[in-house]
Unconditional design. Structure first.
Length: 453
């Protein structure tokens, strides 16, 4: 039997020692910790912004964000679906370390599992460091109060607990109202994207006695595919949900069109633009570190080129998504970074910006990207890993290992970003090396759920 490698020594050997020595310390006097605005889209594909190649519509406000900051071209999500990626963001650790990270994703109404109330999060650690904290938007990490945002360091919560709601009725596919103010369910009229933007704008314009961490987790462009004028589609989806109870998700997940998707994306882009203007009006732009990214790849109407496949897959289209960072006067404008980064790195970066320590009992799997964002020469290599019930994947350097079913494949990602040309028979040593790295990593994760669970 192969020797099991202790977790501590594996983390040190895989990236901890190499990466942290490769990241130089910030130079100069320490400045006031910045506000942190973390904007997370839902099911946004790699090419769904015009600055990433979308050919049929424009996203001018997000394009402006990219021009004024740093755009990443090799940003990976920790998983290919919602819940596990959000686990990674809220813990800074691989999702398979926690039971909630094994669900793909959390089912509607499933209150049997959630983010443990004792586990530290960016909100709880930043709050301890003196930050004001708020989550506006999607949670999807547990339904019970002890699993919710308020128990995990957020002073305020306005949004949904489930994976998706109708944009107008704010109801899950089962018909249950899912819009909350703190721990109280509320019934409020409005298009979901606009409601979230409105609340975020109000929060930014408010006078703050301390730096703030605002997590704005949009539900767009996740289905149901409804633009801001599609009230008739909303009524149709609800009718299907009411009459086809055993297939209630189908009514929400079907429908839509490229026209509708365009309208959803343009309203999302306009919302980001409104929020950026609110930062400027409040005199907070130069004091705010802004991140925009997505929880996983897109699906039906997304444009993932040159990546292949999409949400739910460990091919590039399921896990490579946009990421943009802006901090005027600190993050050099107009730059592009091809450094490979992953969801947990954003957690480590937020803590690093605030000078907030992680909890020693819950060591981070992410790397603080602050030096890279500020223009330091901080390129580094490490292995990244993914796992679903049906697939395994690992990436180091140019090579990506992918196991799907009984097939093992090897791809040269810089030259084949679509995972289309399998080189396993031409590079057997690279395949074997990544397979072994994946095995060692997997030994330290929770067991994979049984197929029928």
């Amino acid at each position: 039997m192969a020797r099991r490698i202790p977790r501590r020594s594996f983390l040190q050997s895989s990236f901890a020692a190499a990466v942290f020595t490769a990241l130089p310390r910030l130079r100069g006097p320490r400045v006031r910790s910045p506000n942190i605005l973390f904007i997370l889209a839902d099911d946004l594909g790699y090419g769904d912004l015009s600055c990433y190649g979308r050919p049929d519509y424009r996203t001018p406000h997000l394009d402006r964000l990219a021009r004024e900051g740093l755009r990443f071209t090799s940003n990976y999500t920790a998983a290919a679906v919602c819940t596990p990626t959000r686990v990674a963001l809220m813990t800074g650790r691989y999702p398979a370390r926690l039971p909630i990270g094994l669900v793909e994703p959390l089912d509607y109404g499933d209150d049997s599992v959630g983010l443990p109330p004792e586990h530290p999060t960016p909100a709880s650690l930043l709050k301890r460091a003196g930050y004001e904290t708020a989550l506006i938007g999607k949670w999807h990490l547990g339904y019970l109060p002890e699993h919710g945002p308020i128990r995990h360091g957020f002073d305020e919560f306005y949004g949904i607990l489930s994976g998706a709601v109708d944009y107008f009725s704010h109801r899950e596919p089962s018909g249950k109202l899912d819009l909350h103010e703190g721990n109280v369910t509320v019934n409020q009229a409005g298009y979901m994207t606009d409601l979230l933007t409105d609340r975020a704008v109000q929060y930014v314009r408010r006078r703050h006695a301390a730096p703030f961490y605002l997590a704005l987790h949009y539900t767009a462009p996740h289905w149901p595919w409804e633009g801001p004028g599609d009230t008739a589609a909303s009524r149709m989806y609800r009718t299907v949900a009411d009459t086809v109870n055993d297939r209630f998700v189908k009514g929400y997940a079907d429908g839509g069109s490229l026209r509708v998707f365009t309208a959803m994306m343009q309203r999302l882009d306009e919302g980001v633009g409104r929020l950026l203007r609110a930062l400027e009006d409040a005199g907070q732009s130069r004091d705010t570190f802004v991140v925009f990214t997505s929880d996983n790849g897109g699906e039906r109407y997304s444009y993932n080129w040159p990546a292949s496949d999409g949400k739910g897959s460990l091919q590039e289209g399921g896990i490579r998504v946009p990421a943009i960072v802006r901090w005027p006067g600190r993050v050099p404008a107009g730059r592009i970074a091809d450094q490979r980064v992953i969801t947990m790195d954003w957690t480590a970066t937020m803590l690093g910006l605030a000078g907030a320590a992680s909890h020693p009992a819950y060591p981070l799997d992410g790397v603080d990207l602050t030096p890279l964002c500020l223009g330091e020469p901080a390129q580094f290599d490490r292995a990244l890993f993914w796992r679903t019930r049906a697939q395994d994947a690992a990436r180091r350097g140019r090579w990506k290992y992918l196991r799907s079913g009984g097939d093992e494949m090897l791809f040269d990602v810089p030259n084949d970003p679509g995972d289309r040309s399998d080189l396993d028979i031409y590079q057997p040593r690279a395949l074997a090396s990544l397979r072994e790295e994946f095995r060692r990593w997997n030994d330290q994760m929770l067991p994979r759920p049984a197929p029928n669970n």
